[in-house]
Ligand binder design. Structure first.
Ligand SMILES: [Zn+2]
Length: 191
């Protein structure tokens, strides 16, 4: 009887079930993340404080988040987040500090006092780092890491060899296999 009922489920129903399960998982993850922030806030604060002291451009001054183009008047930065939080954890581990160090060097070398970051995100599977007050040297650094991001698995940071065909993201062979199991088509990267 049970098997019959299971067979009767249409593809649409299976997709809906998956959608509800994923939504539940997402909500649990969100709660766990809030708990993590609640427990570890002194460490997060200290880490961000040190980061911003070393790399002042990591403090968001405009365009923070998706729907906030300008910071409200009287906004006071509280070290809750830095621009590095906009990177995936694997990218952050792989080249988060490296890009900051190289940008700092370029800023120092060319005396770019007004350099500021406007947005950091992933687009078409690669790193997008929008800024103001830069020069050719900072553009070169950003282009270099844009290329590196294309060669780094978005999930785990291993060398990427595959790319998903729908929503473009670069994956290592292991993560690509996992994505294929979830129905996301991946093809080898053309070199
Ligand atoms: Zn991977």
């Amino acid at each position: 009887m049970f098997i019959c009922q299971k067979k009767m489920k249409s593809n649409m129903e299976i997709k809906l079930d998956r959608y509800h399960i994923n939504r539940k998982i997402y909500k649990i993850k969100l709660k766990l993340h809030k708990l993590y922030l609640y427990i570890f806030w002194p460490f997060i604060w200290l880490r961000n404080y040190i980061l911003v002291k070393n790399f002042p451009f990591l403090e968001p001054q405009c365009g923070w988040g998706i729907d906030m183009c300008y910071l409200p008047k009287g906004y006071k930065y509280n070290y809750e987040q830095t621009w590095l939080d906009c990177l995936s954890s694997s990218w952050r581990k792989k080249f988060g500090l490296a890009i900051c160090k190289e940008l700092k060097q370029a800023i120092k070398q060319y005396g770019l006092k007004d350099y500021k970051v406007c947005q950091v995100k992933e687009k078409f599977g690669t790193l997008e780092w929008y800024d103001e007050g830069g020069c050719d040297a900072t553009i070169n650094v950003i282009n270099k890491y844009n290329k590196i991001s294309m060669e780094t698995c978005f999930n785990c940071g291993r060398p990427a060899e595959y790319v998903s065909t729908n929503w473009i993201t670069y994956y290592c062979p292991r993560c690509a296999k996992r994505k294929e199991k979830k129905g996301i088509k991946c093809v080898p990267i053309k070199k």
